[in-house]
Design a protein around this ligand. Structure first.
Ligand SMILES: *Cc1c(COP(=O)(O)O)cnc(C)c1O
Length: 372
């Protein structure tokens, strides 16, 4: 029996050929493919600038360094995300403040953000969970009223659209971060990007990616700022360029799979289905259902795993991890997040998943509930 993971990359023979050509070239890193990938990515998203980096986590870290957080500065974000979103805030010396999520999209609840703002708040970091865009116009308006930065963690949402603009256009934010990990909409193995429309931010991103080293007026390398090695290789950049040509097809397939799941599971009284708000186009990075009764979640998950389905949890609340519990978040408990994290289950969703695969997942789910 074929095992179905929750996600999987699609690599074509053309991708492989393109990568091999770079391996045979003079430039394995810091070559011409980096700028080419950046230009294509910026143009795809409708932003002025893109800077590609070694991972989404590195990209988040750079945006937070550029934000210039000082000790005890606060940043409002969501607990329903991969830990990197807030880990890098901690690394940059800021304090994540977790806002509860919406009960429909499981994104940050934009109506609860303003109450969390204090004189120390410096930024809002929304995450487009599962590829469903957050309510960016509302978030941007709040940020404007309080003079806060908006940094989008769009690691789930390359290829998604909020109203009429692509996620990554930075129409409603100062910076947007993507990841190219193999489970994301396109992959470079490891990799990430930061997009922005601000030239100064762009210049600082390129500087900090490469140790803070730049050329002075005499053409000498000088280091002016504490930076990092967050570079990506040309080998990865060409894979990104090659994958980008198929991004829309990948995302369309993910949307198709979401429609298939819905058509079969919509009448189930045991399962709650995910939703993307009207007027938006989701990247469907993951397909997350909830068991109406949280007690059934772990049992359904074990049953699916026993039958070769890589069901997964996205995510345990960030504040529930031991590190956060031990660093001042023991008293945090957010109602919608708690309900969500105890009942969520990620089902397989990726471009190569067939209708038959999807039907198998659904019939296993139905079998589980009939036998209950
Ligand atoms: C994948 C992911 C990241 C981290 O990206 P990497 O490229 O794996 O470092 C950050 N935030 C979210 C929401 C992600 O899903």
């Amino acid at each position: 029996m074929k095992n179905l993971p929750y996600s999987h990359q699609h690599i074509s023979s053309r991708d492989i050929k393109n990568v091999v050509n770079v391996l045979k070239s003079d430039w394995l890193t810091q070559g011409p493919r980096i700028l080419e990938f950046e230009k294509k990515l910026a143009s795809y998203c409708g932003a002025k600038y893109a800077v590609v980096v070694s991972s989404g986590t590195a990209g988040l870290h750079l945006t937070y360094v550029i934000a210039g957080f000082k000790k005890r500065d606060e940043v409002i974000t969501t607990p329903n995300t991969f830990v990197a979103t807030s880990n890098m805030l901690m690394a940059a010396g800021a304090r994540p403040v977790f806002c509860d999520i919406r009960p429909d999209t499981y994104n940050i609840d934009e109506t609860k953000i303003e109450k969390l703002i204090t004189p120390r708040t410096k930024a809002i970091v929304p995450v487009h969970f599962a590829g469903h865009p957050c309510e960016m116009s509302v978030i941007r308006a709040i940020a404007r009223r309080h003079n806060l930065l908006v940094i989008e963690d769009a690691c789930h949402a390359l290829g998604a659209r909020y109203k009429n603009s692509k996620v990554g256009s930075c129409k409603y934010s100062d910076m947007t971060v993507f990841s190219f990990h193999p489970v994301k909409s396109i992959t470079t193995g490891e990799g990430g990007a930061v997009l922005t429309n601000d030239k100064k931010i762009y210049e600082r991103l390129t500087l900090l990616r490469n140790h803070g080293i730049q050329k002075n007026e005499n053409g000498k390398n000088i280091m002016t700022e504490l930076g990092y090695n967050y570079r990506i290789t040309d080998i990865q950049a060409i894979l990104g360029i090659s994958q980008l040509t198929k991004l829309d097809v990948f995302v369309a397939k993910r949307n198709q799979i979401a429609r298939w799941y819905k058509s079969i599971l919509k009448n189930s009284s045991d399962i709650l289905l995910p939703v993307c708000l009207a007027n938006n186009y989701s990247g469907w990075h993951i397909y997350v259902v909830r068991t109406r009764d949280p007690k059934n979640r772990d049992r359904l998950s074990s049953f699916l795993k026993k039958n070769g389905i890589g069901a997964n949890f996205h995510y345990p609340a960030v504040y529930s991890h031991p590190y956060y519990q031990e660093n001042g978040y023991r008293d945090v408990s957010l109602k919608n997040e708690e309900e969500y994290q105890s009942s969520c289950l990620t089902l397989p969703c990726y471009p190569d998943l067939t209708k038959k695969d999807m039907q198998k997942v659904c019939s296993l789910i139905n079998r589980f509930f009939v036998a209950l």
